[in-house]
Design a protein around this ligand. Structure first.
Ligand code: NAD
Length: 292
């Protein structure tokens, strides 16, 4: 090579190497996220994922003790300044309004909502009491509506768009035995997301859905009454259920809270800036497989 050209190449390679060494800008730096059900398995994994990308996170949950534990854990990993908590029952209108005001007071606003607080509780239809039916509707459908409505008000007032993500369920798309109340409430969440995507689009507010398949590890849902119901429906135990879900999926793999967190992160970030009203099934290919 001519001497000048060789020098140019060497110079360029050195500059490139320097760039590689420089820390990459974090994709959610400066963004503020509210995560409902933030003390749970999927909520805390999601918060952790967004904190790693530089977001500030307000964890909201009805379970104050678990909330403190989760906040301590995440603050230890990411710093105290970026994690805050608020106690909130998503079915109580006044608590939801207060929590959104809290987000403004703590961090100065909100850019991302992860609506995730939930339960799983069901029974065969003949044994589904009105109380059981209403509990599913209240926490899942109505809770998602209330938190979204209040978040929309803040996002519109800020005038900078935003991203709303619903953690729904594959059961909102596909029927599951003896779980009509849960499945119907999850289906309502998904349709609410579509409607809100349409309403928010002009203001740059995107609304998308992540549907987990069964996440047995790390989720509190799978240590209580839901586990007993599923185990009795499928006549097996927790390990048997885990294996059953794995075998049903196309990829023959289990799904973990961290997998759901990746899906949520995608919709929270600008990677998905052209996506709204969309559904991402994080299910190892379960919903689309006919393997029963
Ligand atoms: P989890 O029980 O570990 O977490 C749920 C959190 O929501 C808990 O911390 C709980 O205290 C909180 N919560 C419950 N009711 C509330 C209320 N009224 N107000 C505020 N907070 C409330 O369960 P998870 O697996 O992390 O579930 C998160 C979401 O994912 C839920 O909406 C659930 O339906 C959905 N989901 C879970 C699975 C699964 O298999 N784990 C599958 C599909 C969908």
């Amino acid at each position: 090579l001519p001497e000048q050209e060789a020098f140019d190449i060497e110079y360029w390679l050195l500059e490139e190497a320097k760039l590689q060494r420089m820390p990459k800008p974090k994709s959610l730096a400066g963004r503020i996220a509210l995560v409902t059900g933030g003390a749970g398995g999927i909520g805390s994994a999601t918060a952790d994922r967004m904190l790693r990308e530089g977001a500030c996170v307000l964890l909201a949950d009805i379970d104050a003790e678990a909330l403190d534990r989760t906040a301590q854990n995440l603050s230890g990993r990411h710093g105290r300044d970026v994690v805050r908590t608020v106690s909130m029952n998503v079915t109580k209108e006044e608590e939801v309004i207060a929590a959104l005001a809290h987000a403004a007071a703590e961090f100065g606003g909100i850019d991302i909502l992860v609506s995730n607080a939930g339960i799983a509780s069901s029974a065969p239809v003949e044994q589904t009491t009105l109380e059981l039916w209403n509990r599913n509707m209240d926490i899942l459908s109505t809770g998602y509506f209330l938190v979204s409505r209040e978040t929309f008000k803040v996002l519109r007032a800020q005038g900078m768009g935003g991203s709303v993500i619903f953690v729904a369920s594959k059961n909102g798309l596909a029927a599951s035995p003896n779980a009509s109340a849960y499945c119907t409430a999850k289906a309502a969440e998904i349709h609410l997301a579509r409607c809100l995507a349409l309403e928010g689009a002009e203001a740059g507010i995107r609304v998308n859905v992540v549907n987990p398949d069964a996440v047995l590890r790390g989720s509190k849902i799978w240590s209580g009454e839901w586990l007993d119901q599923r185990a009795s429906t499928y006549k097996t135990d927790k390990e048997g259920l885990e294996e059953m879900y794995r075998q049903r999926s196309m990829l023959k793999r289990s799904v973990f809270p961290e997998d759901i967190a990746e899906g949520v992160y995608f919709f929270a970030s600008d990677l998905s800036s052209k996506s709204t009203g969309n559904i991402l099934n994080v299910d190892a290919g379960n919903v689309q497989a006919f393997t029963r």
